[in-house]
Design a binder for this molecule. Structure first.
Ligand code: ATP
Ligand code: MG
Length: 659
C-alpha cells in the first residue's frame, strides 16, 4: 500500500449545467474531446489552421529530443500579422480592437484594427531605426496603455522577442531581467496613473540601466511614451521620445515571416515560490494554443462579444488572453489602466456597464476583495450584458465562486475556472462552457488535446476520490520551450520529478473527485503533514472562506511538537463582520472542524488586516510560514507591498496564541 499522497477533505454537491442557449451555439462541443483523444496531432493541426501561415508545416510535432518540443515544424508565420493585419485584410479594419479606459475620469481612447495596424507598423519602423533586428530582445516596462500592446506587437512583427516587466516592479527587478535576457532597447513611459495619482516609471529605468552597466551590460536605447507629462531626466545618447520616433514613422511596413519555433517572448514567472524563471515561448504553437483555447473556453464570438481580461499585461495572462489569443481571434476588448477602486470602489462594474462587457475574466484575489467590501457596490450597476465569467491565478474557493456567479453573473452565467501557468502558455484545465456542468471550486477536466492527470509519488494515476501531483503526460502547442539561457534548469525544474514517465510537473497538488473531475489543491511545497496526514492549503482555506464573516484566508503548516506540523491560519474578515466578535477564533476553528473534520482544525487562527501577495495578487504562503514558525521573514522581493509583513507581525506580537 502506498502512503496517502494528499488527503481529500472537502465535498461539494452543487453543479451548474451550461445555459441551454449557450450550449446550443457553443463554439466547441463534446465531440472535440473524443476527436482530440483519437488523434491529438491532427486535432492541434486543425487548430493551427485557424491561423494564417505563409508556409504550412511539414510535421505537427517533433518530440524526438524530449523535453525540447518543436511544433509545426517547417511552418512560417508572423504573430503580429495574425493578430492585426489579417483582420484588416478581411474587411474588419473599422472594428474596435480596444476600448481603452484610463484611470482619470473621461480619459478614454478607442483603437480600431486599422488604427492598431498603423500604430504597430510605425512602431516597427521606429524600432528598426533604433537598430532592432530579428532575434534582438526588447524589454517593455509600461503601464496598461495602448502603446504597451502596440510595442509588443511591433516586436513580434520584427521577430524581436519581448520581455514585458510589470510596471510595479522595482529597478532591481527590472535590472536583473534586462541583464538576464540582454535587452537591447527598453520601452517605457514617463509615468502612469495608479490610485488617483501620477507615479513615475522612467527613473526606475534610468536606475536599472545604471545597475546593468555596472555589471557590464549596456542598454542601447530607451524609447519613452509620454503619458503623465511629468519631468524626466534625459540622456540624449540613449533616450528617444515615442511621440517623436513612432508618430513620425511611416505606417507602411512589410512584415517578414518567421519559423514556427522563432522565439516570441520571455516572461518571468510571478515569483510566488521563489526566484522568477525566464520562460521562453515561441511563435506557431503558442499562437495556436492561445487562440484556440480563447475561442473554446470563452466561447468567444468576434461579431458580438466585448471581452475584458483584467490581468496586467505584465503577466502571462495579459500576454495569452489579452494580447495574442484574443487579437488572433479578432476580439473587441476593454483595457483598463488603473486600479479597481479608483476613483470609487465600483469602477470595474461601471466599465462593464458602459461598454456592455459580455465576457469577463479575472482573478480570485479580486473577487474576494469585492466580497469583503459587500455586494451593494456591484449591485449598483447594470451587469446584465455579461454572459460568461472566468477565473485564473489561484483556486477559486467554492464560496467565492458562488458569490461571483450570483452577484456578478446574475445567477445565469457559467464560470470557467481556468488552470494554467506561465510555463504552459495556454489554459490546460477548464470547463467548456457549452459542455461542462461546473462545480464550484473545480477546474474540472483537461481541455481537448491535453493529457493531464493526478499521480502518486511513483507516477501512477491515482483513483477517483484521491489526491496527488498534477502532471501533463504529453506535449501541448504553447508549452514553454526552455528557461531562457538555461536548458539544464529547465530539465531539472519541470521534467526531473517524473523523468522515468516523461511527465511535465510544475509543482501543483490536485485531486480527482468521485466523478474524476480535477480540483487544484495548491503548491505541493505548501502541503502540511499533520499527524501523518498530508493536508493541502486550498481545502482548509476554502472551509474558512465559507464562513460568512470571512473574506480571505491563508493556511500554512508550522512545526509542532506533538503532530509534526500544525495548521496555522491567517484570516481577513469581511467589512460587515466588524472585528468578528470575542469568540471569532473559536467559532472559526469549530467551523473548519464541522466542514472538513477534526484533523484540519487550525491550531491557531490569526485575524489580520492584509495578506502578503505577489504583485500578481497571489498569496505568498512561504512568508506566512516564516511568521508562524517565528523565523526571520525570507525573500520579499516579489511581494507587492512590503509593509504588509510588518502589519502582520506587529499584530501577532500583541496577540496570544489560542489553543
Ligand atoms: P513561481 O513559479 O515563480 O513561483 P507562480 O507559479 O505564481 O510563480 P504563475 O505562472 O503566474 O507563477 O502562476 C501559475 C500558478 O498559479 C499555478 O502553478 C497554480 O499554482 C496557480 N494557478 C493558476 N490558475 C489556477 C487555477 N485556476 N486554480 C488553481 N491554481 C491556479
Ligand atoms: Mg510557478
Amino acid at each position: 500500500m502506498s502512503e496517502e499522497t494528499l488527503s481529500n477533505l472537502s465535498r461539494e454537491d452543487r453543479t451548474f449545467e451550461p445555459p441551454a442557449e449557450l450550449a446550443e451555439h457553443a463554439n466547441v462541443t463534446a465531440e472535440a474531446y473524443e476527436r482530440a483523444a483519437s488523434d491529438r496531432e491532427a486535432f492541434w493541426a486543425e487548430a493551427a489552421e485557424r491561423l494564417d501561415w505563409e508556409q504550412t508545416w511539414d510535421r505537427v510535432l517533433d518530440w524526438d529530443d524530449p523535453p525540447f518540443a518543436k511544433w509545426f515544424v517547417g511552418g512560417r508565420l508572423n504573430a503580429a500579422y495574425n493578430c492585426v493585419d489579417r483582420h484588416v485584410e478581411a474587411g474588419q479594419g473599422d472594428k474596435v480592437a480596444f476600448h481603452w479606459v484610463g484611470e482619470p475620469a473621461d480619459d478614454t481612447r478607442t483603437l480600431t484594427y486599422q488604427q492598431l495596424q498603423d500604430e504597430v507598423c510605425k512602431a516597427a519602423n521606429a524600432l528598426t531605426e533604433l537598430g532592432v533586428k530579428a532575434g534582438d530582445r526588447v524589454a517593455i516596462y509600461l503601464p496598461m496603455l495602448p502603446e504597451t500592446v502596440v510595442a509588443m506587437l511591433a516586436c513580434a512583427r520584427l521577430g524581436a522577442p519581448h520581455t514585458v516587466v510589470f510596471g510595479g516592479f522595482s529597478s532591481d527587478a527590472l535590472a536583473s531581467r534586462l541583464t538576464d535576457c540582454e535587452a537591447k532597447v527598453v520601452i517605457t513611459s514617463d509615468g502612469g496613473y495608479r490610485r488617483g495619482s501620477a507615479s513615475p516609471l522612467k527613473p526606475a529605468v534610468d536606475e536599472a540601466r545604471a545597475k546593468a552597466a555596472g555589471e557590464g551590460f549596456e542598454v542601447e536605447h530607451v524609447l519613452v511614451v509620454r503619458r503623465t507629462g511629468q519631468e524626466v531626466d534625459w540622456d540624449d545618447a540613449v533616450d528617444v521620445w515615442w511621440h517623436e520616433a513612432v508618430d513620425n514613422a511611416s505606417s507602411e511596413h512589410t512584415c517578414e515571416f518567421f519559423d514556427s519555433e522563432h522565439p516570441l517572448y520571455v516572461m518571468y514567472t510571478s515569483g510566488t515560490t521563489g526566484k522568477p524563471k525566464g520562460i521562453l515561448h515561441t511563435t506557431g504553437g503558442y499562437l495556436t494554443g492561445t487562440s484556440y483555447t480563447h475561442h473554446a473556453i470563452f466561447d468567444h464570438k468576434p461579431e458580438t462579444d466585448v471581452y475584458w481580461c483584467t490581468a496586467d499585461v505584465g503577466w502571462v495572462t495579459g500576454h495569452s488572453y489579452m494580447v495574442y489569443g484574443p487579437l488572433a481571434n479578432g476580439a473587441t476588448q476593454v483595457m483598463y489602466e488603473g486600479t479597481p477602486d479608483t476613483p470609487h470602489k465600483g469602477r470595474w462594474w461601471e466599465i462593464i456597464q458602459e461598454y456592455g462587457v459580455t465576457i469577463f475574466y479575472t482573478a480570485p484575489t479580486a473577487i474576494r476583495t469585492f466580497m469583503k467590501q459587500g455586494r451593494e457596490i456591484p449591485d449598483g450597476f447594470d451587469l446584465s450584458s455579461i454572459r460568461l465569467l472566468g477565473s485564473v491565478g489561484e483556486s477559486i474557493n467554492p464560496e467565492a465562486y458562488m458569490w461571483y456567479r450570483e452577484v456578478i453573473g446574475g445567477d445565469r452565467c457559467p464560470i470557467v475556472d481556468t488552470w494554467w501557468q506561465t510555463e504552459t502558455g495556454q489554459i490546460l484545465i477548464s470547463p467548456l462552457p457549452g459542455v461542462t456542468a461546473g462545480k464550484p471550486g473545480s477546474a474540472m477536466t483537461a481541455m481537448p488535446g491535453i493529457e493531464a492527470d493526478v499521480v502518486d509519488e511513483a507516477g501512477e494515476s491515482v483513483p477517483d476520490g484521491s489526491g496527488g501531483y498534477l502532471v501533463v503526460k504529453s506535449p501541448w502547442p504553447a508549452m514553454l520551450r526552455t528557461i531562457w539561457g538555461d536548458d539544464e534548469r529547465f530539465k531539472e525544474t519541470y521534467w526531473s520529478r517524473f523523468a522515468k514517465q516523461g511527465y511535465y510537473f510544475a509543482g501543483d497538488g490536485a485531486k480527482k473527485d468521485d466523478d474524476g473531475d480535477i480540483w487544484l489543491l495548491g503548491r505541493v511545497d505548501d502541503v502540511m503533514n499533520v499527524s501523518g496526514h498530508r493536508l493541502s492549503t486550498t481545502e482548509i482555506e476554502s472551509a474558512l472562506v465559507s464562513h460568512p464573516k470571512v473574506a480571505e484566508a491563508a493556511v500554512v503548516g508550522a512545526a509542532d511538537e506533538t503532530t509534526g506540523q500544525a495548521v496555522c491560519a491567517f484570516v481577513i474578515l469581511r467589512d460587515s463582520a466588524g472585528d468578528g466578535g470575542e469568540d471569532i477564533v473559536e467559532e472559526l476553528r469549530k467551523h473548519v472542524q464541522k466542514e472538513i473534520g477534526a484533523i484540519a482544525k487550525p491550531r491557531q487562527i490569526m485575524i489580520v488586516p492584509e495578506l502578503p501577495k505577489t504583485r500578481s495578487g497571489k498569496i505568498m504562503r512561504r512568508l506566512l510560514k516564516d511568521v508562524a514558525e517565528h523565523r526571520e521573514v525570507g525573500d520579499v522581493t516579489t511581494l507587492a507591498d512590503s509593509s504588509v509583513m510588518n502589519l502582520i507581525s506587529d499584530g501577532l506580537s500583541s496577540e496570544k496564541a489560542d489553543d
